[in-house]
Design a protein around this ligand. Structure first.
Ligand code: NAI
Length: 403
């Protein structure tokens, strides 16, 4: 555990879910800055306030190691003005909540503040800069992380959290990109994983492997299982259900992302080295955990980190489980991930037939419409993070924003 003295005096953490529980507890045990938890949802603010007033301890369990924390020094805020009074604001929320939280904070942001999304998912840079511009926020740094570094779950709301695993490395990018060094220094002090700089935020958006893996496996491995019912204990594994056919789909989708990156780089001098193939990413991220590296399918099947992780399900009739097509793997990774890259492909003139197929099918399952006959013409595009929604209608405009 790092114990850090940072130059940051005030840090605000936004959110009341799993990740927010984990980050406040992890920072509370190691960091000397004043922490505020911003809970915009009334019921969550009430619940945290009641627990804090009761003086109950907060229990953090990280890989079995237990720490008891006091909430005495934690400030709780439901007022965005109070929450915005910080040197660093870390948003730990599902991507669909980034917009409302940024809209609430933006009128109150002070020059010099860093606003970081952990994780950013796709297109955070487009949405955040549009909102901050609208409120004339000056000298605010936007930062985004490629992933949440922990697998974590709330134990008891406002009282305990369990952190199951932690990634070794965490990629960060900033807007403006020149501020990435400062972000690396700050987060390297605050968080355990090694912080790796990305050249720019577009690299995070295109290099986000979750946008391929989650919708790709949901479609590739489970399209023909949506009507099946499972007993508890029989729910199929998620990542380890990847067979050769699903792996070929993932590789084809990954190749299409690489084509987008290549097309951008052939026209603009924008570094995108962090946009790598899915196989390279697997090998880099899980080198020690994979038993058989002979093919992508075998890498999924023999990756120890993926053991025990099952396909998302919801309880249906007769106490049986059905695959949940509205789960995060689609509801977040399509409109705030794969679709964003698909929209950039449109601007780059790159065809993405396999990505189109996955988006069209999975969005149909979710009851949403993004593509019509492979074109960006669906009626539900408005709520997504495609660059076109933020007035970015050419690669020039995107590159100008992120470079
Ligand atoms: P979560 O589902 O626990 O977060 C829900 C919280 O979001 C709510 O408790 C509330 O505080 C907030 N929220 C929801 N709607 C809101 C709104 N309209 N306005 C303001 N706040 C709102 O999510 P979790 O698990 O904390 O995940 C956060 C992010 O991290 C997601 O992008 C997720 O995909 C990612 N992630 C999570 C992992 C985990 O183990 N929990 C692992 C890897 C990634």
């Amino acid at each position: 555990m790092k114990t850090v003295e940072t130059n940051l005096r005030r840090i605000t953490l936004c959110g009341g879910g799993n990740g927010a529980h984990a980050i406040w507890a992890l920072l509370a045990r190691s960091c000397d800055a004043h922490l505020t938890l911003f809970l915009p949802l009334e019921n969550e603010f009430r619940e945290f306030t009641a627990v804090k007033k009761s003086g109950a301890p907060f229990r953090l369990s990280i890989k079995g190691e237990k720490t008891i924390l006091s909430m005495d020094k934690l400030s709780l805020a439901s007022d965005p003005e109070e929450a915005a009074a910080a040197d660093l604001i870390i948003i730990v929320l599902p991507a669909f909540a980034h917009g409302p939280v940024l809209e609430a904070l933006a009128p109150h942001l002070q020059p010099g503040t860093i606003v970081a999304a952990l994780p950013a998912r796709g297109g955070f840079e487009f949405q955040a800069s549009a909102i901050l511009d609208r409120y004339h926020c000056q000298d605010v740094t936007i930062a985004g992380f490629q992933t949440l570094p922990w697998a974590c779950r709330i134990g008891e709301y406002a009282r305990s959290v369990e952190v199951y695993g932690q990634k070794d490395k965490l990629r960060v990018a900033t807007l403006p990109p020149g501020h990435v060094g400062a972000a690396v220094r700050i987060f390297d002090e605050l968080l355990e994983p090694e912080i790796i700089p990305s050249s720019n935020m577009l690299e995070l958006t295109l290099g986000n492997q979750g946008q391929l893996i989650h919708p790709g496996i949901m479609y590739g491995a489970f399209a023909d299982k949506l009507n099946e019912s499972y007993q508890e204990g029989e729910i199929p594994p998620f990542y380890q259900s990847v067979n050769e056919r699903t792996a070929a789909l993932l590789e084809a989708m990954s190749q299409e992302i690489l084509e987008i990156s290549k097309a951008i780089q052939s026209n603009f001098s924008v570094p995108l080295e962090g946009v790598v193939s899915i196989s390279q990413w697997m090998l880099e991220s899980y080198a020690k955990d994979i038993e058989d590296k002979s093919s992508l399918a075998r890498m999924f099947q023999t990756n120890r980190s993926y053991r025990g992780l099952t396909v998302p399900v919801k309880l249906g009739d007769h106490n049986l489980y059905r695959i949940d097509v509205r789960a995060r793997y689609l509801a977040e990774d399509v409109p705030y991930g794969l679709l964003v890259s698909r929209s950039i492909a449109e601007l780059a003139g790159v065809n993405t037939p396999r990505i189109n197929e996955v988006i069209e099918q999975t969005s149909r399952w979710m009851g949403a419409q993004y593509l019509v006959d492979g074109r960006l013409r669906g009626k539900d595009l408005a709520g997504t993070r495609i660059p076109q929604n933020f007035g970015l209608n050419s690669l020039e405009e995107i590159v100008e924003l992120i470079a």
